[in-house]
Design a protein around this ligand. Structure first.
Ligand code: 5MM
Length: 343
């Protein structure tokens, strides 16, 4: 492992004003998104949609540092035969790859999941590196449900262990791991319960990373924010989310980690931007704070595109706008007025 090179890639992923486009929806997930806009999900329509995004030049060159791809996409070519991964590189962005293979029920832990995909991972990482991927992503899913006493320490422990195994294998293959332990915002829990569970999850995850000798300088953390559950009786305001999230991260995430790139987790586009902006306005942070959004970057372009070739430019404009808003948020320079003016 060459740690200097891993660190350079990690720093570039969180370069000032830039963040990550999470375009690694598995086929079932992208099919769900396409169903919502009336588009049939085929290999070709998925390719066309992703080609549209990767050719949104202003977004890709100015605001997006890297793109997380799904296995299908990393081997696909654009309509003119250019491999999609080359479009990303030509724009100066870094290609990355989702390497987990989804979740399975965790035995003896009713309702809980464990992320799988460690078998033959070393081999797969070498192939992805040869194809041009310079970072990877693995997502663990932790649910909160007070009635069922979820999450259990078992679920937190096995998922953190898998994240550690994955991250160590990535670094051995000269690939920067994005470590994503996602505490879901589904449910009626309040922000403090989310804060308590996420703190525990982050602490156990970093224990595992240390135990498995993962070099913190060569990784990126992709966490959820401390936020109210979607069905919570009280929705914490933006300033409270920002303040509690930053306090939690300062307590749990060593300064050696170059950057933290949040997931959006079902927040609205504008909420995800407002929260990131409020955190960066606080200043005095030991790591870069940026975005690695899927839904909060793609919902608007998906709607604008709706599968029609004549809407490609509209889809690209929508992506450029959201990427620009989030870029401003990484500098604490976003304001709601900018959204209104664009509308
Ligand atoms: C883009 O969606 C990713 C893949 O999801 P599936 O494995 O369920 O198909 C997902 O991991 C995503 O990268 C993160 O959840 C962040 O996306 P959001 O939409 O939460 O910002």
């Amino acid at each position: 492992m060459n740690l200097d090179d891993l660190n350079k890639v990690a720093q570039a992923m969180v370069a000032p004003g830039k963040g990550i486009l999470a375009a690694d929806e598995s086929s079932p997930t992208i099919t769900k998104r396409f169903n919502a806009i009336g588009v049939t999900s085929t290999e070709e329509s998925r390719r066309d949609y992703r080609e549209m995004m990767f050719r949104a030049t202003d977004a890709m060159t100015q605001y997006i540092s890297g793109v997380i791809l799904y296995d299908e996409t990393i081997w696909q070519s654009a309509r003119d035969g250019t491999p999609l991964i080359r479009l990303i590189e030509q724009a100066g962005a870094i290609p990355g790859i989702k390497v987990d293979e989804g979740t399975q029920p965790l035995p003896a832990c009713s309702g809980e999941l464990v992320t799988v995909g460690l078998d033959r991972l070393a081999e797969r990482l070498n192939k992805y590196h040869a194809q041009g991927a310079r970072f990877a992503k693995w997502r663990a899913v932790i649910d909160i449900n007070a009635a069922d006493r979820i999450p259990s320490m078992t679920a937190i422990g096995v998922n953190a262990h898998a994240l550690g195994r994955y991250a160590a294998l990535c670094q051995a293959a000269q690939i920067v791991p994005i470590v994503e332990p996602e505490v879901l915002m589904d449910g009626d829990h309040d922000i403090d319960r989310c804060l308590e569970v996420t703190t525990r999850v982050l602490n156990v995850t970093f224990q595992e990373l240390r135990k498995q000798r993962v070099a913190l300088e060569g990784m990126i953390l992709k966490p959820n924010m401390a936020i109210s559950g979607k069905k919570s009786a009280r929705k914490a305001p933006v300033e409270e989310v920002a303040e509690k999230t930053v306090r939690m991260l300062k307590a749990c995430v060593p300064a050696a980690v170059p950057g933290i790139a949040f997931l959006s987790g079902g927040q609205s586009d504008e909420e995800a931007t407002a929260h990131l902006d409020a955190m960066n306005r606080m200043g005095n942070l030991p790591w870069k704070l940026t975005f690695s959004y899927g839904r909060a970057l793609q919902a608007a372009p998906q709607k604008a595109w709706s599968g029609k070739p004549e809407n490609v430019v509209a889809g690209q404009r929508a992506l450029i706008h959201r990427a620009r808003m989030n870029s401003l948020a990484t500098r604490g320079a976003w304001s709601a007025d900018l959204e209104e003016k664009a509308a």
